[in-house]
Design a protein around this ligand. Structure first.
Ligand SMILES: NC(=O)c1ccc[n+]([C@@H]2O[C@H](COP(=O)([O-])OP(=O)(O)OC[C@H]3O[C@@H](n4cnc5c(N)ncnc54)[C@H](O)[C@@H]3O)[C@@H](O)[C@H]2O)c1
Ligand SMILES: [Zn+2]
Length: 351
């Protein structure tokens, strides 16, 4: 077990990583006023563990899935908290993936202007990414994360125990983000290249700590996404997200990896990323995803990238790998970007 401290101008989060951290660090909440927010899948698997750990607690269970991350459920959670007599000093525990973490974090920030918040991420993606850094949100009218707040959890308990019940698709999803960290951090990259099994429980248990350590360093210096540093965490995401919106059949992390492939192609064509390094990253990407969908009308997907909220002008902003541990931002007009996507798509299909 290892701890990481995330100290920002206004708050302090302690992040406990490793096997055994759930059992060890939940003990202090026993007897406190606890409100657990979780989803239907996690509840059905871990209800007994919750009862055994906390004894008496109140909870609210949202249906599993991104569609639950909405203002209606946010209000239902707040009503349930009020209805069950939660005080301002209660402990909101978010036990689940990023969906639960995001909506529970926002509920905790709003209820009586802010309660204690403990994130207990149960997906690989939530452990390496969403539970850390204080971004909370719900979606509205089809727009992702449009209502939200920065609200740091006091504690994050990232115990790989939960990965044992995670479906393969969700592991792949988390690995997408882990490979992204590899493109941002030399040490993570070397570990990823060295292991003979990216999916092994022991390997993942170790790399989760490295990814969180990387993210906390970034968040420390750009908590509110203002100076461009935090933007680096969006590597692969502009194209990945556009393909996700357009195609929508694979997991988010797999689209991040496919987005990285396209963006690597662009970075190479522009002479920003050397071929040898790009090949290393590509090999890694293909060790997580086994096939690239054939995108019939990739030009339509490209248009989604134009509406990405990270663009602050009419250009498409991409964070691309340069060399080990280094990335940069490039900006492209829509037609140039579309042409690159079409050319790369043809190359991937072997045309
Ligand atoms: N706040 C941030 O900084 C941040 C960063 C990245 C992503 N996100 C958000 O995170 C969300 C995606 O998170 P996610 O990928 O964890 O999805 P998710 O929360 O929907 O979980 C994926 C699936 O796994 C199930 N599940 C969770 N834990 C399980 C376990 N231990 N065993 C078996 N099944 C389990 C869930 O019920 C769900 O069906 C998105 O809404 C995204 O916007 C937020
Ligand atoms: Zn992501």
């Amino acid at each position: 077990m290892k701890d990481i401290l995330l100290k920002t101008a206004s708050s302090e989060s302690v992040i406990h990583c490793g096997s055994g951290s759930f059992e060890r660090y939940t003990q202090k909440y026993v007897g406190k006023q606890i409100f657990v927010i979780t989803d239907s899948n996690v509840c059905s698997i871990y209800k007994n563990l919750l009862v055994k750990t906390f004894g008496n607690y109140k909870d609210y269970v949202i249906p599993a899935g991104e569609e639950s991350k909405n203002p209606e459920n946010l209000l239902k959670i707040l009503e349930a908290m009020l209805g069950s007599g939660m005080r301002r000093n209660c402990y909101v525990i978010a036990l689940g993936g990023g969906v639960v973490g995001d909506i529970a974090g926002l509920a905790a920030s709003l209820y009586m202007r802010g309660t204690h918040l403990i994130q207990m991420p149960t997906t690989l993606l939530a452990q390496v990414d969403s539970s850390v850094g204080g971004k909370t949100a719900v979606d509205m009218n089809g727009v992702k994360n449009v209502i939200g707040a920065f609200y740091q959890p006091e504690e994050v308990i990232a115990d790989p125990l939960f990965l044992k019940t995670l479906p393969d698709r969700e592991l792949r999803c988390g690995l997408g983000e882990i490979v992204k960290y590899g493109a941002l951090n030399k040490d993570i990259l070397n570990k990823l290249l060295k292991t003979d099994d990216l999916f092994s429980f022991d390997f993942l248990s170790e790399i989760i700590y490295d990814c969180i350590a990387h993210k906390t360093e970034v968040v420390k210096h750009d908590e509110h996404d203002l100076n461009g540093l935090r933007k680096s965490l969006n590597l692969g995401h502009t194209t990945g997200h556009a393909l996700e919106l357009y195609h929508g059949e694979k997991s988010h992390g797999e689209y991040v990896l496919i987005g990285m492939l396209f963006e690597l192609y662009i970075a190479q064509k522009l002479g920003v990323c050397a071929a040898q390094y790009a090949e290393k990253l590509k090999k890694l990407i293909f060790s997580v995803i086994n096939e690239i969908p054939s995108f019939a009308d990739i030009a339509s997907a490209a248009e989604y990238a134009l509406h990405d909220k990270k663009n602050n002008d009419d250009k498409i902003s991409l964070i691309v790998p340069v060399s080990e541990g280094e990335c940069t931002e490039i900006k492209l007009g829509l037609s140039q970007y579309t042409n690159y996507l079409i050319a790369c798509s043809k190359e991937l299909k072997g045309e």
